[in-house]
Each structure stands twice: as C-alpha cells, then as structure tokens.
Write a protein that binds this ligand. Structure first.
Ligand SMILES: [Zn+2]
Ligand SMILES: [Zn+2]
Length: 342
C-alpha cells in the first residue's frame, strides 16, 4: 500500500509499504480521508520531539472497515467510521475514569509506535472505532478529531444557557470552540482578534461580537460593555501566545471558568493575578481530553447542527502531502484545515 512515511526532520516520503496485519480485536480500515494537524507539522519539521522515525503519522482518520477480527458483531465490513485515537493501558485510575489520555502509559494512533492515517490502510483496535452515518461526509469525519478536545472541555464545564463566552483564536480549535459554544446555547460569543482577516473569519463562524485587542483602546472594557458589566462566564484561550494567555483572567466574571488550550512556548513564563483569582473564585482548566465527545459530535454532525466540513479549506492527495505541510511552513493565511483525501 501507499503511505507517507516520516524519516526524520523534514523528510516525509511516499513509499510502498506492507499492508498492516490485524490481530485479535483489531480492524483494518481503508482510509477515506485524514486531517492534517499542526502537531504533525511540528513533529515532521523536528520542532516537537515526540516519537521516533520511521513512522506513519496521521491521527485524524475517517475510514471504512475492510476487515475485522472481533467478538463485536455490530460493525460490518463496509462500515464508515472515525477513529478515537487515544490509547491507554485500560486498567489504571485514569483509564477506568474514561481518561485514557491521562494514562501514564498512554499512546495514540498516528504517533510512534502506532502507524496512522497518512496511508491507504490503517490498523486500529476495534474499541477505537466510532461508526458514523453515511450522511457524515469524509471531510467532516476527517476533522472530527480536532474538534473532540474543545467539545469535551465545554461538555465538562458547561456553557450557561444564554451565557457569555470569550474566545481567543480563530484557528481550527478556536473556531471549533466557537461553533460548539454556540450550539450549547451561549448568547454572546465574543472573539478576541488581532487583524481584519480573523475578524471576518470569526463572524463567518458565528461570533456575535469581535474585539480587536491590537487596535482597541481598552478590550477588557469592551467585553464588559458587551456583557452588561458582568464579563464572560467562560473564557477560552486557543492561541498559545503568552500575552493573550496572561490577559485571560481580565475577561472572566467572578466565579467563572478559564479554559487553556493553546500551548505556550517552552520558555514562556506565564504570570497570573493569583490574588484576584482566589478572591473572585476564578477556575483554570487545562484542555487535552479526547475520549468522551466522539459519539455526541458524530450525532450533531449527522443531524446537520454542526457544520465541521466548513472548516476544511484545502484538500490534497497522499502524493501531494508535502504541499499540505508547506501551508504551515509558509504560514498560509487562508489555511484553516487541510485534509488528505484518498
Ligand atoms: Zn491533531
Ligand atoms: Zn491507563
């Protein structure tokens, strides 16, 4: 089969490799589409030291079952599916609580030593298969994974009905937070931006207000005004930029929640106003979870309430996968999400 094999720093080559052989409780999927993730770019380019080469990456997978070896009888050959890629040991506290991503022995399909979806076929544990209906497109399926973590953190904390949400970031995660918070019943969806392109994008994906933190004289006062002096119930950071992260406590109401999703630089020291956060009972939550939102997301996409497909701005064949990563290299402003289509 054809696969994009990563051989180390900036070396991603199309190769013929042997078909994966499945064992007990495993399935072979024909990959229909795979999302191209910034994390993969950082690994492939050598910036993020995760895993080892050679490896086939790709952890955002939409596929079709072509072979299955399981006691489970409800997944027929031909079933279209997405893949819940987090794997844990299955028996530690974190795994028993349904948080395999916090397992000390966690791993993920698409990261060494597990080959992923930048290939014509991929082997997955049957337990990772999340069936999708035929009305869910391959495109939407391929990027479902990138929406799972934002969705899961909002499911965990809740968005108050008719409440206010501030979101920093208009990349795929920021827009996913925006769309899901809207679906969960938020009334004011305020996106913090730094330029005109992001302003347009935020409004296109459902923002009710946009505050430009670069040009505004007082962005915090603007958010206060929009929220009738209360500030936001939930504040979400999806840029990873140090000044933006440090400003998050300014936008949240007393007793409110901050979700941190964007990862700062290794040497960034983040300062938070701890006294204010204590006396105003402001809570901070890291978001990395990706086990519980799969089925709910598959449902809302199927019912047409969430248009994930609209996040896909670029499509490539596996032969041209390096062009997809060039979009990151060039910081292409038109990129939201790219997929590899088979
Ligand atoms: Zn990803
Ligand atoms: Zn475990």
């Amino acid at each position: 089969m054809k696969a994009a094999v990563w051989f180390g720093e900036d070396k991603l080559e199309i190769k013929e490799v042997p078909m994966p052989q499945i064992g007990d409780e495993e399935a072979l999927l024909r990959v229909r589409a795979a999302g191209v993730c910034a994390t993969d770019y950082h690994i492939i380019s050598g910036k993020l030291k995760i895993g080892k080469a050679p490896n086939i990456q790709g952890h955002e997978i939409c596929g079709e079952v072509v072979q299955i070896n399981s006691r489970r009888t409800d997944i027929p050959v031909g079933q279209r599916c997405v893949v819940a890629t987090s794997l844990g040991c299955g028996y530690c506290d974190a795994c028993r609580e349904g948080k395999a991503y916090l397992c000390n022995d966690s791993s993920e399909i698409g990261y060494y030593p597990h080959n992923g979806g930048y290939a014509e076929y991929v082997k997955v544990p049957v337990s990772a298969i999340v069936p999708i209906s035929d009305s869910v497109s391959d495109k939407a399926g391929a990027i479902l994974e990138s929406t799972v973590c934002p969705t899961e953190s909002l499911m965990r904390l809740g968005v108050p009905f008719a409440g206010s949400v501030v979101i920093a970031g208009t990349g795929p995660a920021g827009l996913a937070f925006l769309m899901v918070a809207r679906l969960m019943g938020a009334d004011k969806l305020i996106v913090l931006v730094r330029d005109e392109k992001s302003t347009k994008r935020a409004f296109a994906y459902g923002a009710t207000h946009v505050v430009n933190v670069k040009t505004s004289v007082d962005p915090v006062a603007e958010v206060s005004m929009i929220t009738d002096g209360k500030k936001a119930d939930v504040v979400i950071e999806a840029t990873g930029a140090k000044p933006m992260i440090e400003s998050m406590p300014d936008y949240v109401k007393k007793g409110g929640n901050i979700i941190l999703y964007g990862i700062p630089g290794d040497n960034d020291q983040i300062c938070f106003p701890v006294t204010k956060m204590i006396v105003e009972e402001i809570s901070v939550h890291g978001a990395v979870g990706n086990t519980k939102a799969w089925y709910p997301l598959a449902k809302v996409i199927e019912s047409g309430k969430l248009d994930l497909e609209s996040l896909v701005t670029h499509e490539f064949s596996i032969d041209n996968i390096n062009e997809a990563f060039d979009l990151f290299r060039k910081k292409d402003p038109t990129l939201i999400k790219a997929i590899i289509k088979f």
